[in-house]
Each structure stands twice: as C-alpha cells, then as structure tokens.
Design a protein around this ligand. Structure first.
Ligand code: HEC
Length: 251
C-alpha cells in the first residue's frame, strides 16, 4: 500500500511539472486563445507561406527540413521550390534566416531567435498574442512596443496587414504604495490591408505552422496512438477468450 501511495504521489508530482510551462505561458497581459487546428493542412500550408514571406528574413527554423514539411503538408518538391524555398537550393536543407545573425544582432540589438521550438517553449497562445500585440510607442527605437513582450526589439513586421494600433493602460495605486498597471484595450489608429478577422486568421495560420514545426511528428504520434489502442483492445478480447477456454474445465 505504501508503495502504491509513493507511486501515486510521484505521478502527481510529474504531472504538475509537465503542466508547469502551460501555467508560465499563461501569465502576463491578457491572452486570447490561439484556437489553432493542427489537423488543418490548408491552414498549415498558408502558415508555411506566411512564415517564409514574413518571418524567414530574420528567423531560422533550424530543426525542420523542407522535405519534411513537404511530406507532412502534402506539398510536392516543385511546390516547395516555387513557394517556400526562397533562400535554399535542396529540399533536405533546414530553414535558415536570410539575414546573417551578426547583422541582425547589430540592427536589432538581439539576434532574432530560432523559431523551431518557440511555440513549445512559450506556448501557442503567447505566440498568437505576441504577433497581434504590437502597438505604437514613440519612445521605442522601432516605434512600437509589444503587450506580450514589453521592450521587445522585434519591429512590427506585419504592419502592412494589421495597420497600427494604440494600447491603453490605467494605473492604480495599491494600499502599500505600489502601482498596478492594467491593460484596457487596443484602438486601431490606421487600417491595414486586412480586416481584423482576416488578420486573426493570418496570425492563427502562422502560429499553427510554428506549433507544427515545434513538433512535426505530432500527427504521426496520434495516428500511432490510435493503432496502439486498437491493438490493446483486440489483445484484451483475445486474452479474455483464451482465459475462458483454458479455465472452462476447472471449476
Ligand atoms: C526584421 C526582423 C524580424 C522579422 C521579419 C520577424 N522577427 Fe520575430 N523577432 C525579431 C527579433 C529581433 C526578436 C527578438 C525580440 C526580443 O527578444 O526582444 C524576435 C522575436 C520573436 C519571437 C519571440 C518572442 C518572445 O516572446 O520571446 C517570436 C515568437 C517571433 N519573433 C515571431 C516572428 C514571426 C512569426 C515573424 C513573421 C510573421 C517574425 N517574428 C518576423 C525580429 C524579426
């Protein structure tokens, strides 16, 4: 019994640790749910195109090969070459940023991080809200700040699509004299080429792709899981039948 309790508490502790990054990612400013659909191949294809067009100038995704993307997202080698591989020659190459890391560090003060594992490290909701969270800030060298990553050195690269927005905050003083700042909301200042719904979908597809990149075998794993469960069910029935057969004379 003691052993059982020990195992149970060990499992509980493991479960808590496993879910901890989820809690960490949920902190900070208010977050909208990313609502991505990892099984939606069209969304992933659009996300891949968005990534190559708007992000790969600065960001690499070094752990994923074009070939793997092609296989998983139903894209032929020709489609890969024509639509995604702007700075690569061979489909077995991984996604490299077009801009040399040293230059990027000099211009932005920080090297744009590799995005292979970002969706897993920070959570998809964080990525989704980060991409939607740029607002005008005249004190910042890039002219914008970000609600999810205050003081970020990433410029508002999607400004043409989203337009520019302002963020409103209120301060209120606590009893102990400290000040709590609350985010009140965004206000659209200039329109972008997309309305807010289309822009949300654009960001959702991009986030979906980053989630896929962070775990490309996810869908395989789920398919395999179904087979394993089917096998176990079959095996259970078989062993029941066997047991009945073997014990039928002994009563
Ligand atoms: C002009 C260069 C540039 C482009 C283009 C760019 N980024 Fe970034 N990005 C940066 C830099 C620089 C940082 C580091 C920011 C920091 O740490 O303050 C960054 C950081 C990030 C982060 C990490 C945020 C965090 O919370 O740590 C994510 C996610 C991200 N970028 C996503 C994207 C996506 C998606 C695109 C395409 C839509 C994109 N970026 C396009 C420069 C760029």
């Amino acid at each position: 019994m003691v052993k059982f309790n020990q195992i149970a508490s060990l499992l509980l502790v493991t479960a808590c640790f496993a879910s901890a990054p989820g809690f960490a990612a949920g902190g900070g400013a208010q977050m909208e749910h990313a609502d991505i659909d990892p099984d939606n191949i069209n969304s992933l294809q659009r996300g891949a195109a968005n990534f190559m067009n708007y992000c790969s100038g600065c960001h690499s995704a070094q752990y994923v090969r074009y070939k793997t993307i092609g296989n998983d997202l139903d894209l032929s080698d020709e489609m890969l070459v024509d639509n995604l591989m702007f700075n690569a020659e061979k489909t077995f190459e991984t996604i490299q940023a077009s801009m040399p890391a040293d230059d990027a560090a000099r211009w932005y003060g920080t090297t744009p991080p590799d995005l292979s594992l970002m969706a897993r490290a920070k959570g998809v909701d964080h990525v989704y809200n980060f991409l939607k969270g740029f607002y005008i800030d005249s004190d910042s060298p890039t002219g914008v700040d970000n609600l999810q990553l205050p003081g970020t050195s990433m410029p508002h690269v999607l400004w043409e699509l989203q337009g520019y927005q302002a963020a409103y905050f209120t301060d209120h003083e606590n009893e102990d004299g400290s000040v709590t700042t609350t985010f009140e909301g965004f206000e659209q200042l200039t329109p972008g080429s997309m309305d807010s719904e289309d822009f949300d979908n654009f960001v959702r597809d991009t986030t979906n792709f980053l989630a896929y990149v962070a775990e490309p075998i996810r869908s395989d794993r789920r398919k395999l899981g179904v087979w394993v469960l089917m096998f176990l069910t079959f095996f259970l029935i078989l062993s029941r039948m066997l047991k009945k057969q073997i014990w039928k004379d002994i009563k």
